[in-house]
Each structure stands twice: as C-alpha cells, then as structure tokens.
Design a protein around this ligand. Sequence first.
Ligand code: UT7
Length: 332
Amino acid sequence: MQQLGIGIAFTGSGSCTPSFSLSNQMLSQVVETSDEWISSRTGIRERRLADADTSLCAIATEASKQAIAMAQIAPTDIDLIILATSSADDLFGTASQIQTQLGATKAVAFDLTAACSGFVFGLVTAAQFIRTGVYQNVLLIGADILSRWVNWSDRGTCVLFGDGAGAVIMQANPCDRFLGFEIRSDGTQNACLNLAYRPQPKELITGVTISQGAYQTITMNGQEVYRFAVKKVPEVIEKALYRSNMTPAEIDWLLLHQANQRILNAVAQRLNIPDEKVISNLANYGNTSAASIPLALDEAVRQNQIKIGDKIAVAGFGAGLTWGAAIFQWGR
Ligand code: UT7
C-alpha cells in the first residue's frame, strides 16, 4: 500500500518503567485478593508504579532518548512528536514538555488520546504524515501512569494496571516497512471503560451555572471488555493482514496490547498463531495502557528476539471503545 513512493521504516525503540515493583502478594495488603487469583485470571505477577515525584514527561523522555540513540539520529532531526497517553501531566498536553526535554527544537509535538489503542492509533497517524511527504522523522511515544487514576479499593481494576513508557522512531525510507492497518471505534459501548469527568455545578453569577468538578477513577465492566477484545481484535488483525496482502501464517510476531494473558491466548488461537510467536511481558508490568506495545516491542528488540525484517502484527484495544491493528517490519 505504498503511496507517493514514500516508504516508512522503524529504526529505533526505547522504554522506561518506574523502578518500584508491586507484587500480587503486596497488593493483597491493599484489597482482598491473592496472587493465585490475579495470576490465574490475568497472568500478571507484578507491576511498576510511579512515585509522587515521577512525571509522565520524565519516563516518556527517557524512553525517547533510547529510541533516538538506536535510530542514530539527533533530537534536532525530529519533525514530529506524538505522545499517545490518557494520563498526561497536563490536560493541555505533555508532548511539548518532552520536546523541550529532548531539545527537539524543530519538532511539532502533540498528545493523542485513544486509551489502550493509543499507540496503534499513533502509528497510523505518524504514517500519514510520512506517506504524504510532510515529515521524515517521527518520534511516537506510548506512555501512561494509570496508577494516578485507578480506584485502589476496586479489586476488579486495581490489580490490572501498571505504569510505563515506550517509544519508536519512524522514518521516511525508500523501502516500505509499514504494510497495512485498520483502526476502529464504537462509542455505543463507551460506558464499559471510563475515566470520566464528574461535573459539579457552580453558579458563577445569578442564572449562569458552569461546572467545576474533577476526574473520577477508572471504572470498567471487565467481562464486557474481555468479550469485546476476544471478538474484535482477531477481526481487525485479519483486516490489516488483508490490506498487507498477508496471511496470519506469514507473521513472525503477534504483539497485542498487554491486558490479560487469556486475551492474548484466545486471539492467537483464533488466528491459529502458535504460542512461540506471541510476545508477552505482562507478567512483569501488568497493563500499561498506551505504553504496553512499545514497551514489549523494545524489550523484544533489545533481547534480539525481534530481528531486522521480522513481520510484526500489533493490535491495541480499550476505552472508547477503540481498537486497531497494524502490520509492519522491523528495521530500515
Ligand atoms: O486495556 C483494556 C482494559 N481491560 C481489559 O482488558 C480487561 C478485560 N477483562 C478481564 O481481563 C477480566 O474480565 C478480569 C481480569 C478483569 C476479571 O476476570 P473475570 O474472569 O472476568 O472475573 P469476574 O469479573 O467474572 O469476577 C469473578 C469473581 C467475582 O466474584 P464472584 O462474584 O464470582 O463471587 C469477583 O468479585 O472474582 C472476583 N474478583 C476478584 N477476586 C479476587 C474480581 N477481582 C478480584 C480480585 N481478586 N482482584
């Protein structure tokens, strides 16, 4: 699906997680749960949590520096920075703070919010700018600190999430490595997973009422989201594969949003993809939302599991509801 003769390459990755790790055992001091329940229902064993002094900007910047170094470019070469996040330090956007930290003086920077699908939506957004010849070097970051927004007395959600950041560099390239994608939304199921604003009416002057509320904590209907993911994710991967002129058997790696090992297994099974091609690191990090795909990607690249030319199917899914898949080859 190459257009205008401009291909896209994936030339660098990086990641950063806070150092503190909260085990399932430790979580049982917070809510009534057990290591047995969490590991058997989700596959998660521990998750990293940011302390009060750790900003989203800091972990996203560190992940970005690693990606920039691997791509062997300078921060000043970057044309565009996209930060996929739902937990920005600043509701007005955090991407430009990262731009400043990196010294990426030429880049335009903005946030993109699509919850756990954010990284895949970001890949597709970045690809449009490169394909059309507008930008050559893009830094795409997926980062979230959902521990800020979790209800720590709701055992159905607080055991799932962790904090982290991952980044990739995408560059204009003679050879096209971005093979196909499909992204979707369904607002009718929005209530399944929310981090909503709770309005609090305030009378500004007589007869004029505005709202000065605050954000609530994450609410989720786990079973609905589970059913949605297992049904919709294989469909969207098949669509992206079709657009890439590929079959599931041609994929080297299946890299799904790291929400639940049972979801990973069910999707792989439906696509007939063997376990050894499924990348999973959720045991160590839990669900890190927009960060989960680039975090697992970076680990697999640095462990020499993913090699130059490997074909990777990534898929994200989550709040919105949103979901999407992209197929690409690692490297230039
Ligand atoms: O990024 C996308 C975000 N979300 C997801 O991907 C979530 C998708 N959903 C899931 O992963 C699963 O639905 C969960 C892991 C959230 C829950 O697993 P489940 O097998 O659907 O469990 P359930 O909600 O049906 O709960 C089963 C039981 C309930 O007890 P009763 O009513 O059967 O007595 C829950 O109260 O497990 C109980 N339970 C827990 N017990 C111990 C729920 N959470 C916990 C817990 N520890 N942490």
